[in-house]
Design a protein around this ligand. Structure first.
Ligand SMILES: NC(=O)c1ccc[n+]([C@@H]2O[C@H](COP(=O)([O-])OP(=O)(O)OC[C@H]3O[C@@H](n4cnc5c(N)ncnc54)[C@H](OP(=O)(O)O)[C@@H]3O)[C@@H](O)[C@H]2O)c1
Length: 251
């Protein structure tokens, strides 16, 4: 593959599986430098590095990094800067769904664990990268939210609340940093075929499928195409948006 002239350095959090993995593969296939994080699954991280290396000469790096821990995230960005001198885009994809218990049956600590994991994974990268993006006078931040954050879902109160918090955080942030050439946008998937949705019950699926004209789940690759558009093609005038990709389920 020919190296591209406008090769970007992109961090994708939670790159080993599902939507994050598809985003890494899409960006690498376009010749961009991909740095991705994971938390547990080293074997999958290694297999993704090998898959990308077989596809492109663009560098790829995998980091075990718990995105909820600010010092780890700050160290990660130091290493990215040391290796590549800049950070063009961050895709805040890492997130957890929780155990699906109704709010009243969900222990307080578990509820806050889901909320805190999802929100702090986003705020930590922003805290750690914004000074770099401001000095570059450019940068793109894409936060993966969820249709659940727009509509709410039973058994997902912490998850839904965390995702709508990320949307309003993003809308506030772009008003602070847009003047420095930084865009902040969200991508809000509906029901996508990944490990996260594997555990959901058949009843849940059939009730959701009855609401979509397409009668199918989305694929991680479809979400990756939207993220890639926001990083590589979207005008900088497009800022503070939440793009929904849900096959019409949310309609
Ligand atoms: N799937 C859907 O239908 C759907 C719908 C709407 C929104 N989303 C959102 O899309 C994003 C990706 O979802 P997915 O379905 O692809 O999830 P997934 O298959 O469960 O993968 C989650 C990824 O996040 C990583 N991760 C989790 N916690 C982390 C942490 N603290 N630090 C670093 N990495 C961490 C995991 O790493 P390990 O492999 O090491 O565990 C894994 O790579 C999430 O934000 C999710 O809320 C998904």
């Amino acid at each position: 593959m020919q190296p591209i002239t406008d090769s970007k350095v992109v961090l994708v959090t939670g790159g080993t599986r599902g939507i994050g993995r598809a985003i890494c593969l899409k960006l690498a296939s376009l010749g961009h430098t991909v740095v991705f994080t994971y938390i547990t699954n080293e074997a999958l991280a290694q297999s993704l590095v090998e898959e990308i290396n077989a596809m492109t000469h663009a560098p790829v790096m995998a980091y075990r990094c718990d995105m909820t821990k600010l010092p780890e995230v700050q160290k990660l960005f130091k290493e990215i800067k040391a290796a590549f001198k800049r950070v063009d885009a961050v895709v805040n994809n890492a997130g957890i769904l929780g155990d699906g218990k109704p709010f009243m049956m969900s222990p307080d600590a578990d509820w806050w664990h889901v909320f805190q994991t999802n929100v702090s994974s986003v705020t930590n990268t922003c805290r750690a990268v914004l000074a770099t993006m401001i000095s570059q006078r450019k940068g793109r931040i894409i936060n993966i939210t969820s249709l659940s954050g727009q509509k709410g879902n039973p058994g997902q109160s912490a998850y839904s609340a965390s995702k709508s918090a990320i949307v309003t955080f993003s809308r506030s942030l772009y008003k602070e940093v847009g003047q420095f050439g930084i865009t902040v946008n969200c991508v809000s998937p509906g029901l996508i075929e990944t490990d996260m949705t594997k555990e959901l019950s058949e009843d849940y699926f059939s009730s959701r499928m009855s609401k979509t004209p397409l009668k199918r789940k989305g694929t991680p690759e479809e979400v990756a195409n939207v993220v890639s558009y926001l990083i590589c093609e979207a005008p900088t005038y497009m800022i503070g948006q939440e793009l929904t990709i849900d096959g019409g389920i949310g309609g």
